[in-house]
Ligand binder design. Structure first.
Ligand SMILES: [Zn+2]
Length: 398
């Protein structure tokens, strides 16, 4: 096993719980002092032990939306040195801030993840996450620097250029999205490149994939595959590691994890700029305290589906309500629709009746293409619209 922070990654349960309690008490004091929203929620509640945790209030995405942009910050803005936004409910932006200490901690947590993936100072890393300004890529760069691996400071979008970089720079680690990994495999097959002629040992994917996709990527790039699981509002990457056994461990020295009504709830224990108390992540999850063969003691975590109507197509996240809003301004207005997100595009089935084209309101041309163009322009979503007969039962209407 390769750990970066053995002291924390293999901490005993009793020592961990004592640390969590102390950090939680300090967190409550900071929240009460610096964030009005929490001061109101917490009242004069005093936490005596971790068993009191369920009596603490939740934080929801709606809290973050209502506090937009800086109402949840527990530090003055001048000490917040990094800002990034993430997608909130209904497509509203949420803003996340980091202090200098937050960024230093983030680097360490990503270094743990890279170490768990077998990355060392001897590795050369190519990061293809679609632009280095993406917050995830920045996290990987910082983590890689901490373990002194070499990072190629380019994030090429063009797939042939990526392939040339794999052949020329000989990176041993590729950090990328599942969509991009599959595009790369397709290019490798089309150009008749032998994947064994590349130097890749590890592919770290930005999000979990099913077993079939994992095997496809492992054989297509001839490398071991590890997955990240992150949440933009907390850390992505840096929330957990996928260990050598293939299980996710949450960094429990930093994140107190609970599952409430099937939903993952996270408390950030040491984050300065924007701490979150019992944050409802809208992700289904299971936690398991079994001892893992890898030796890490952080709680095992199995992420499930999202509990809101948020989907992802080609790494673009969106809410069903955003699609409905766009459709309502097209000729699909008023029609019922059904969404089926797939890896490459969003399938939209529009319910139309026989007289749809006969309607005097619209010219006789087929509006499918213009609806697709609108979704691409407004949400960046590749979509395919098809018509279906009205179904019994319900579907949302645009
Ligand atoms: Zn493990």
């Amino acid at each position: 096993m390769s750990t970066f922070d053995r002291r924390y990654e293999q901490i005993s349960r009793s020592e961990l719980e004592q640390m969590q309690l102390e950090r939680l008490q300090a967190l409550l004091a900071r929240l009460r002092r610096n964030v009005r929203r929490y001061r109101e929620k917490l009242g004069d509640f005093r936490l005596q032990s971790l068993a009191d945790l369920p009596r603490l209030p939740f934080t929801t995405q709606e809290d973050m939306v209502e506090s937009f942009p800086y109402g949840m910050f527990a530090f003055p803005l001048r000490e917040v040195i990094r800002l990034h936004s993430t997608l909130g409910p209904g497509g509203k932006p949420l803003v996340i801030g980091h202090t200098r200490n937050d960024l230093a901690l983030w680097s360490r947590l990503v270094a743990r993840q890279l170490s768990a993936s077998g990355v060392t100072a001897n590795d050369v890393i190519l990061i293809s996450l679609g632009g280095l300004t993406q917050s995830g890529a920045v996290g990987y760069v910082r983590g890689a620097e901490l373990i002194e691996a070499s990072v190629i400071a380019e994030d090429p979008l063009h797939i042939d250029y990526q392939l040339a970089m794999l052949q020329n720079y000989r990176p041993t680690t590729l950090i990328t999205t599942p969509t991009n990994a599959l595009d790369l495999i397709r290019a490798i097959e089309q150009r008749r490149v032998d994947p064994q002629s590349l130097y890749l040992r590890t592919v770290l994917l930005s999000r979990p994939v099913d077993r079939e996709t994992r095997e496809q990527i492992a054989s297509g790039l001839f490398a071991a595959v590890r997955c990240n699981f992150g949440l933009g509002e907390i850390l992505d990457p840096g929330l957990c590691v996928e260990c050598e056994v293939g299980l996710f461990h949450i960094h429990e020295d930093q994140f107190l994890a609970e599952v409430c009504e099937g939903e993952l709830v996270i408390t950030t224990l040491a984050r300065e700029a924007m701490p979150l108390l019992r944050y409802r992540t809208r992700v289904a999850a299971e936690l398991c305290h079994d001892q893992c063969a890898c030796g890490r003691t952080g709680v095992l975590f199995q992420p499930g589906p999202r509990l809101d109507h948020r989907h992802q197509v080609r790494e673009i996240s969106f809410y069903e309500t955003q699609v409905a809003e766009v459709l309502a301004q097209t000729r699909a207005a008023g029609l019922r629709f059904h969404l089926t997100p797939s890896e490459r595009q969003l399938q939209i089935a529009l319910e139309i009746s026989e007289d749809y084209f006969a309607s005097a309101m619209w010219p006789a041309d087929d509006p499918k293409r213009s609806i697709e163009a609108e979704l691409l322009a407004r949400l960046g979503l590749p979509a395919e619209v098809r018509y279906v007969e009205p179904r019994a039962g319900s579907g949302p209407a645009a």
